[in-house]
Design a protein around this ligand. Sequence first.
Ligand SMILES: C[S@@+](CC[C@H](N)C(=O)[O-])C[C@H]1O[C@@H](n2cnc3c(N)ncnc32)[C@H](O)[C@@H]1O
Length: 401
Amino acid sequence: MSAALDEWLTRLRQAWEHGTLVKLTLGAHRGADSSLRNVFARPVDLRAGARLAFVFRHATKDITKNLPLAEAIELVARALSHDFGSAHLFTTEAEWELQLPGSGEPRLVKRPARHGAPATTAHDRAKARLIDPAAPWLRGLGVTNPGGRVREGMAAKFRQIDKFVEILQHSLANLSPRPDRALTLVDMGCGKGYLTFAAFDWLRRAGWQPLEVRGVEARGDLVELCNRVATSEDFGGLRFEPGTIASTGLERVDVLVALHACDTATDDAIAKGIQAGASLILVAPCCHKELRPQLRPPPPLSGALKHGILRERQAEFVTDALRAALLEWAGYEAKVFEFIATEHTAKNLMIAAAKRGEPGDREALAVKVCALAGFYGIRSQRLAQQLGFELAGRSGAASEG
Ligand SMILES: C[S@@+](CC[C@H](N)C(=O)[O-])C[C@H]1O[C@@H](n2cnc3c(N)ncnc32)[C@H](O)[C@@H]1O
């Protein structure tokens, strides 16, 4: 491979990684397929991740192909080694023309850029985003590259972040800002802080001021990283602290978030939210281990549960149904729904609970909780314990409607 071609390919790779790539074209075709005229490619964000979208322009038809960067570079390198006499790379910073004469040395010519902004990556941009992929904190957390494009392998995470903010926006629609105090959001088991940052960023832009957003995370290294990014972005009002959900003190909280906190950590988070009087509780449970060994439903269900996978799914169902019922008992309106398509993550169930204006008929709600637990033979469940709710305390399992 000539030095000029090698450098052109390096410029292509760099433009892709920095998000400055606008498009590329291959011309002066001289390959075996006499119907092929030229080739165009531009970056696109697809569900599968970032790709280069190629159009092979033939005399009577166009053939399209979407390729990840490594395959795209291989294809272009092969094509330029034999079949094309010229190639243009357009970036926001410069234009690189590669001249490949049939005989003689290849030449690389640099010209000033004609394009000010990276090509729109249409497929995903068509949908209005609540989170701007160019937000610097996304780069700090490694979701996007320096050019503001979502990194390879992070597309699903970015969609999850955006979807979470959409749910937050929708859930907060009935909550009015209080001029006398800050809106407080606590994200329990916040991990790398993707959702915590997203919540802070969106709430701030939506005018929720003053604002206090706090991430709690067991892993100290993640807490350090998040605080570093928050400081570098000058995000006053956003902080991260090391600790477990169970040992975290919450005096007052408006919005309690816990996404994918393992097993009963979700119950601890819900209990903390209820006890702190949260107006909104958003949890996405995972690893439902606690109730599986306790499941003792009556026949014919008991027979079905000899199959491990059915037992596992039933345990998930009962756990989350009990959580929703306990939230109702505690004075919340609970909704359970899939918050992101199963193709992105299997951990996609969300419980969104909004505090009701009045507590409702607590005795009737308690009977419902006990009926559900009783049907499955559940005598002990973490959220019930944390709330001081006696699961075996009320009868009515069979008759409850
Ligand atoms: C699967 S990650 C989810 C992170 C984040 N909520 C998200 O959805 O992007 C779960 C995180 O919760 C933390 N975690 C699990 N149990 C915890 C507990 N009891 N207290 C604090 N953090 C916990 C883990 O260290 C991990 O970083």
